[in-house]
Design a protein. Structure first.
Length: 307
């Protein structure tokens, strides 16, 4: 009698092969899992993502859970000099903390490190910088920042806010400061009547772009845009063209190319019309038609994923 085949018996528990197989299955499961939404549950989720992902220079005072009289004011910002996570400085005789969003942590650690930096900035001394390794607090983001607060964002056209007004730029960072200023493109945060989502206008030179960060689940938004495309409504007016979409931080961001001869405020009528059409399409739960499914496939074909 021949030997019994061991095929299909799998790796033995505790073996190196068992560990490799388990690790591979974990990677496969992670690849199939929905993209994480680190700012889910926050009223300003879409703006947090914009400031983290593509806005060059902007600041916003945070509404913290700790009473104002017991701590420093803290602002969330796009990026700080040297890309440090956080720093504190004296502003008008009081210490103020600044926390950068465009730092390097993995998305799984983003809100953990951000919460630690905010907690530190709320009690830091002027002139100090945040050191994550020395941090002794490990709060969650919703423990330090009010989830229902809406960010009041100031968009800057340079990085002059890096320094207290009237101070000279230190010689050792002058070149970096000038390069940073040269990289800033004209940018504006637009607001639709519904107040939903976060449309951001950027003038990139030859054309302008509208990057519209949406909070809806990706499949629902894809189906809604497919309905609009099939109906000839995937547009925000004459001079605009749907360019595609990208994923970032678990959200889908439709992108439109725009005529840059038009001021960003001239797009409000088209924005509100499109927002109304999209709301109606999102509420439509009927099966997609053949034409709409074809539109959805085309839209997906022009999609990329950012961090």
């Amino acid at each position: 009698m021949g030997k019994k085949s061991k095929r299909g018996s799998g790796p033995r528990p505790g073996s190196n092969r068992a560990e490799r197989v388990a690790a591979r299955k974990a990677r496969q499961a992670a690849a199939l899992a929905p993209p994480p939404r680190p700012f889910a549950g926050f009223a300003s989720e879409c703006d947090f993502v914009a400031l983290r992902t593509f806005v060059a220079s902007a600041t916003a005072r945070l509404e913290l859970t700790e009473p104002a009289g017991e701590r420093n004011d803290v602002s969330i910002v796009t990026i700080l000099p040297g890309a440090v996570p956080a720093l504190a400085r004296e502003v008008d005789g009081a210490t103020e903390g600044f926390v950068g969003l465009q730092t390097d942590p993995d998305r799984t650690a983003l809100t953990v490190e951000l919460a630690a930096a905010i907690a530190w900035a709320a009690h830091a001394d002027a002139g100090s910088e945040f050191d994550l390794e020395a941090a002794d607090e490990a709060p969650t983001l919703d423990e330090v920042v009010k989830t229902d607060a809406v960010l009041d964002i100031t968009v800057h056209q340079d990085f002059g806010w890096w320094f207290v007004e009237g101070t000279d730029v230190p010689a050792e960072i002058t070149a970096m400061f000038e390069r940073a200023n040269d990289s800033v493109l004209p940018t504006a945060r637009l607001v639709v009547d519904s107040g939903a989502s976060a449309p951001w206008w950027v003038d990139a030179g030859e054309r302008a772009h509208l990057r519209w960060i949406r909070p809806e689940p990706e499949d629902d938004l894809m189906s809604a845009m497919a309905r609009l495309h099939a109906a000839g409504r995937l547009t925000i007016g004459e001079g605009s063209r749907f360019a595609g979409s990208f994923r970032t931080h678990g959200l889908l961001v439709p992108v439109f190319d725009l005529d840059n001869e038009m001021h960003h405020e001239e797009w409000y009528a088209g924005l509100n019309q499109f927002d109304q059409w999209l709301g109606e399409a999102l509420a439509d739960t009927s099966p997609l038609t053949i034409e709409q499914r074809s539109s959805r496939d085309g839209i997906r074909g022009r999609q990329v994923t950012l961090r």
